[in-house]
Ligand binder design. Structure first.
Ligand SMILES: [Zn+2]
Length: 373
């Protein structure tokens, strides 16, 4: 390992919490979904995004409880980076449970997200809405009940500060926010002139990238932000300076979220990088070329799981067969997707090195090349 990082792999991860002067970044991911759990020192925790275990409970809550932490008092910040299904499952329950946490999400929203927030903020019920909108509704209803004002993330905004720790949002950019305003403006009835066609905002355009600075250490959490968003971050003159030692790779390693300058200008040499794989309807990330590219930028790269859905099962079933199965009361399940976590810990002292722990299906990224190929 480079720069004295020690990596250990084992089936179980030590069920002990970090010391008060120890930082932690844990990436939790089944094959579909991701969440980052951060210990900011002194027993203060933050959670970024949510995914659920097979029994439906949010993984960040399971993890914190498993190491003896009470999420209802210890979690001080929850961030939903964007409202894509693989990042927000269980978010409503997270917000309800973590009563001491401030909630933060992107300032730029899709029209459907905007409407879901408006409805829940005004206490209106919603019917026939998507899974994402249901989570939004649950989150904002819970915040309204406890009279907690949500924070809206944008470029170069300090969203949290306690002791030696600071969290900054680096996105969504003003460009994304303006796109949101123009898109939402279409909801206002207009008389006369025909509407202009405006390119819609995509969830990944508006994803919240976080910069976490803890004493002399910095961490960059890339969410699913795609390349145009990264270009705007790189051009910013108001974002925190310095180079991060750890990187949550954006958009599951996808090429459309890659920008070489991020590695050159925002990350230390051989930064510790981690990702969660993604798979849906026969498509999966990262691809072999993505893995190779990432490994050309750092030797310290990890994935929460290497397993890919077998190609046969990934292909959707014949519709008629599917209907027959459904009518016979047969539950159609995806094959079980392995679970895993990549955990980094480091003492707050200057010059301390990071320790990497891999649990469950988590592996070094080199091990993923053969599986995906
Ligand atoms: Zn994603």
């Amino acid at each position: 390992m480079g720069r004295g990082n020690a990596a250990t792999a084992g089936p179980l991860i030590a069920n002990t919490p970090p010391a008060a002067d120890e930082l932690e970044v844990t990436l939790l991911g089944p094959g579909y979904g991701e969440s980052v759990v951060l210990h900011l020192g002194g027993g203060t925790w933050a959670v970024v995004d949510s995914c659920v275990a097979s029994n439906g409970t949010p993984r960040p809550l399971n993890y914190l409880t498993s190491i003896g932490i009470d999420p209802s008092v210890a979690v001080k910040l929850i961030t939903a980076t964007h409202w894509h299904d693989d990042h927000i499952r269980g978010m409503g329950r997270m917000v309800e449970t973590c009563e001491a946490a401030q909630f933060c999400c992107a300032s730029a929203l899709l029209k459907s997200e905007f409407l879901a927030i408006v409805n829940s903020s005004e206490g209106r019920a919603q019917h026939g809405i998507s899974h994402g909108a249901r989570e939004i509704h649950r989150v904002f209803s819970s915040l309204r009940e406890r009279r907690s004002t949500p924070m809206f993330a944008g470029a170069s905004r300090r969203i949290f500060s306690e002791g030696a720790s600071e969290l900054w949002s680096l996105s969504p950019s003003d460009t994304a926010f303006n796109k949101f305003l123009t898109n939402v403006g279409q909801l206002v009835p207009k008389v006369g002139k025909a509407r202009e066609r405006i390119s819609p905002l995509t969830p990944n355009d508006a994803a919240v990238v976080l910069w976490v600075s803890l004493g002399d250490a910095a961490i960059l959490l890339g969410s699913d932000l795609e390349r145009p968003g990264w270009i705007e971050i790189l051009q910013s003159t108001t974002r925190p300076t310095g180079k991060a030692a750890a990187f949550k790779i954006p958009h599951h390693g996808s090429a459309n979220a890659h920008e070489a300058k991020v590695w050159q200008e925002m990350l230390q040499t051989d930064a510790i990088a981690s990702l969660t794989p993604w798979q849906k309807a026969g498509h999966s990330l990262p691809k072999v070329e993505d893995i190779k590219r990432i490994l050309s930028f750092t030797r310290n790269a990890y994935a929460t799981a290497t397993g890919q859905m077998p190609k046969k099962q990934a292909r959707s079933r014949n519709h008629a067969v599917q209907r027959t199965l459904k009518e016979s009361g047969v539950t159609i399940r995806q094959p079980p997707i392995s679970t895993g976590q990549v955990r980094l810990r480091r003492k707050l002292d200057q010059s301390a090195s990071w320790e990497v722990d891999l649990a469950g299906s988590a592996r070094h990224l080199t091990e993923m090349v053969n599986r995906v190929a």
